[in-house]
Design a protein around this ligand. Structure first.
Ligand code: HEC
Length: 476
């Protein structure tokens, strides 16, 4: 059966991958804060039940509204994730739904319990005895943690599908090699976010300095899981595929920089917590706490960026390339063309002076636009616009060898030529007239390059030339 061709959206100067990345980062940050906030509330309620002074005052502060807001915005961005992902990569999400239908259902149940418990606490919490309040908060936190538990299995499966690849067993896919390190890591991050926000809120409370210190010291206990983050991070990096590992630890300058950024920001927060809060008993002002939270946001953003990037050229490793083509389909598309079955018209078809450029634009939409735009982010015109025609043809035909994190080109020689012509035309300023290129000798040469490149992804995916070096030499 032929795969369905889904319509995809074009997001202007941003490439599709960036859009899902941005929504994803925001969502992960808010959702993890909602979980950590639940931990903080539960912990303080437990203390309140044991008569710890001021614990109740903290619970009555606006912290619970922060948790509410993050949880509502977390839900909103969560739905936005579905909307974006069906516009960006419908086939990826389709496969995830196919494989994990009941896991999504389980996640939905947990989320419902989370909403009900959270709402009941907010609505009636004031009037309830400590014992019942604690139960509600334990329910809220457990349910929110379990939502993470379920979703974590699906997300980590994308990078490390593990023995699911051969067995197709759903639990093998769910409890995949990066499941546990990823779950523990995210839990530590959640707890850290909750603690930092709690410290910021405690600073605004109208209590004596000594009382504030005592409360901050208690809230900062939830920073303890942070200590495990370096080990968990290393564990995660150790279980991901070797090529992904090489790619984020030196193979790609951008990826390695973001990894360093995530690690550096986390270390800074950890060092401040250790030295400032516990050892020196420093007073953590609201501004400092806010700064630490901003750092944590940076670390989350960089970390998610690296996690998404490490998967290239796949959205589901060994199953689906980033451009929603499966490795098995490449053979057929090389023969039949990648856009032959694509029923969707171009938005701007009248712009192009000839049918070859229209074909080029359709091929770019199908095969390249997940990671490139023509002239915006990661623009094809900027990357290849200055090359000679033969260099362009060669590098596109041997896409997976040009940069190891690109998938193999999945179309015949005429499609390579159409894309090369499109890049040259845009680079020339999109003139009104442009000749059609149909020299059989050129097409035959492209065909040989396609054959040489083969259909397998690059064997050494991460070992690519540093940026700025000249592209693959054209063979004589
Ligand atoms: C999985 C994501 C992905 C897909 C799909 C993809 N690319 Fe790329 N491509 C990249 C990245 C990332 C770079 C590196 C950009 C940089 O060096 O800044 C790149 C670089 C390039 C370069 C410059 C190579 C060099 O040596 O400097 C060209 C040309 C290019 N891509 C063309 C294409 C074309 C044409 C397609 C579609 C047929 C495509 N790419 C599909 C991710 C992708």
């Amino acid at each position: 059966m032929d795969p369905t061709t889904y319509p995809v959206n074009d997001f202007g100067p941003a490439m599709r991958g960036m859009v899902i990345g941005a929504v994803g980062i925001l969502h992960v940050f808010l959702a993890q804060f909602a979980i950590g906030g639940g931990f903080v509330l539960t912990y303080f309620q437990w203390m309140a039940g044991r008569g710890v002074p001021d614990a109740r005052r903290f619970l009555d502060s606006f912290f619970k509204y922060l948790v509410l807001v993050s949880f509502v915005t977390g839900a909103m961005t969560g739905v936005a994730m579905w909307l974006t992902t069906i516009q960006v990569s419908p086939r990826t999400i389709g496969l995830m739904v196919d494989e994990f239908h009941w896991i999504w259902a389980a996640e939905w149940c947990c989320f419902t319990v989370e909403i009900v418990a959270g709402y009941m606490f907010l609505r009636w919490g004031q009037r309830l005895p400590d014992r019942v309040r604690l139960r509600l908060l334990v329910t809220y936190s457990s349910a929110s943690f379990l939502s993470l538990f379920w979703v974590n299995g699906i997300l980590s499966w994308q990078l490390t599908p593990g023995s699911w690849l051969t067995s197709g067993d759903i639990w093998a896919g769910f409890f995949n090699p990066s499941f546990w390190p990823s779950l523990f890591y995210r839990t530590a991050v959640s707890s850290t976010l909750g603690a930092l926000a709690a410290i910021a809120v405690i600073n605004t409370m109208d209590v004596s300095r000594a009382e504030r210190h005592a409360l901050i010291a208690r809230a900062s206990r939830l920073l303890v899981p942070m200590a495990a983050m370096p080990v968990l991070g290393l564990w995660y990096v150790a279980v991901i595929p070797a090529d992904s590992r090489a790619w984020i630890t030196g193979g790609s300058v951008a990826m390695s920089m973001f990894l360093a950024l995530a690690a550096g920001a986390s270390l800074l927060i950890g060092a401040y917590a250790l030295i400032g809060i516990w050892w020196r008993h420093l007073y953590v002002s609201g501004a400092t706490a806010a700064l630490l939270l901003a750092l944590a946001f940076g670390a989350t953003a960089a970390g998610e960026f690296v996690r998404e990037g490490a998967r290239k050229p796949y959205t589901i490793r060994q199953v689906l390339f980033s451009n929603s083509i499966t490795p098995a389909e490449v053979v057929r598309l090389r023969r039949d063309g990648s856009v032959t079955d694509d029923p969707y018209p171009l938005r701007d078809a009248v712009r192009y002076p000839n049918a070859q450029l229209v074909l080029g634009a359709r091929v770019v939409r199908a095969q390249c636009s997940a990671c490139h735009t023509m002239k915006g982010a990661n623009a094809l015109v900027h990357l290849g616009g200055g090359w000679s025609m033969d260099q362009l043809r060669l590098n596109i035909a041997k896409l997976q060898l040009t940069k190891a994190f690109m998938p193999p080109f999945a179309g015949p020689a005429i499609e390579v030529e159409a894309v090369a012509q499109l890049v040259a035309w845009e680079a020339a300023g999109a003139p009104r007239q442009w000749p059609v290129s149909d020299d059989p000798a050129v097409l035959a040469q492209i065909g040989r390059w396609l054959d040489e490149a083969g259909i397998a992804p690059s064997p050494e995916r991460a070992v690519s030339r540093p940026r700025g070096e000249t592209p693959v030499e054209v063979q004589p």
